[in-house]
Design a protein around this ligand. Structure first.
Ligand code: HEM
Length: 286
């Protein structure tokens, strides 16, 4: 999926033609990309059917990402079916690699840190939660959130530009006046590795979040910010809580499998494509 976005951009840039024109050109790599696109479209359509079936049978009043665009049950949706499928594809692309990479770095950091791992396991056991806890129950384990916050800080998945246009009247940014209409790009790495706020910034240390200041919290830009902030950030945090809880509780003796299939610490060095991911594209545990 990750490949789809850069290739679509590349294709449009190289050919100077939109996707709708080039999609049926029988030339590699267009053919491969089109296959990925078709798989994604089919999966998005299947997921919408599943969602509609589940939604028809459920009395759960809590809204989800689709409710805002689908409209009230039984009423006509605010968008066309094609737009719905397109949104479903966006959610799949936006919420898959981002979450998988964050979880990969989190488990890697946790398994390599005896103190944090012991503390988390202790807090999880003390909480005495059922096997399938709710999100609210998991939120009561504050160290679990510290582990997630620290991973989002040190290993943000989206580090490319998130451009913003300065509004009317200009704004002061970092002590500097920036006139209106100028495009600025917050730099996630710099913000999140600022040693004034995060001493020893390259060390993964969840304990630093125990007495977190407002400034530390505001400096976390892993989900972006403002009106275009990540739509799935609460869902992502919920999924991370559930996955980490289940992993830590189930695999108490798990360890990093360095040496297996060529996996080494260097394989976790960040390689930036459209997302910042481990160069090895895998993290092995035994
Ligand atoms: C750890 C996991 C995730 C990370 C690190 C992440 C990060 C981001 C970032 C940095 C942005 C750009 C925000 C901005 O421009 O200010 C974004 C946008 C977005 N994300 Fe996520 N995301 C994650 C998970 C998810 C999930 C699970 C979903 C949905 C299922 C999702 C859906 C979206 C959507 C729809 C946008 C576009 C919002 C807009 O432009 O209005 N994300 N995400």
């Amino acid at each position: 999926m990750q490949a789809l976005i850069p290739y679509n951009i590349l294709r449009a840039t190289v050919t100077g033609r939109p996707h709708s024109v080039t999609q049926n050109w029988p030339i590699w790599p267009f053919t491969t990309i089109e296959k990925i696109n078709t798989c994604l479209t089919d999966y998005a359509k299947e997921s919408l059917v599943k969602y509609r079936n589940q939604s028809a049978q459920s009395n759960d009043p809590r809204p989800n990402l689709f409710d805002t665009i689908m409209g009230e049950k039984g009423q006509e949706a605010a968008v066309t079916e094609d737009e719905l499928v397109s949104n479903a594809k966006l959610y799949l692309v936006a919420g898959t690699d981002t979450l998988a990479i964050t979880l990969t770095y989190l488990l890697w950091a946790l398994l390599g840190n005896t103190h944090a791992r012991g503390r988390l396991l202790q807090d999880i056991e003390l909480a005495g939660l059922p096997d399938k806890p709710t999100n609210d129950q998991l939120r009561s384990i504050s160290y679990l959130d510290h582990v997630i916050d620290e991973t989002l800080r040190l290993h943000p998945v989206i580090v490319g530009p998130l451009p913003r246009v300065v509004p009317e009247g200009g704004r002061m940014l970092g002590g500097q006046f920036i006139p209106q209409d100028i495009t600025v790009n917050p730099f996630t790495y710099r913000l999140q590795r600022n040693s004034d706020l995060f001493p020893d910034p390259l060390t993964w240390n969840p304990d630093r979040w125990e007495c977190a200041t407002q400034e530390m919290k505001y400096s976390i830009y892993a989900f972006g910010g403002g009106s275009r902030v990540c739509m799935g950030r609460h869902l992502a945090r919920m999924e991370l809580r559930m996955a980490v809880f289940a992993f830590v509780r189930t695999f108490k003796d798990a360890e990093l499998a360095y040496g297996v299939e060529g996996f080494s610490p260097g394989g976790m060095d960040i390689v930036e494509t459209i997302v910042a991911k481990p160069g090895a594209e895998k993290m092995l545990v035994r």
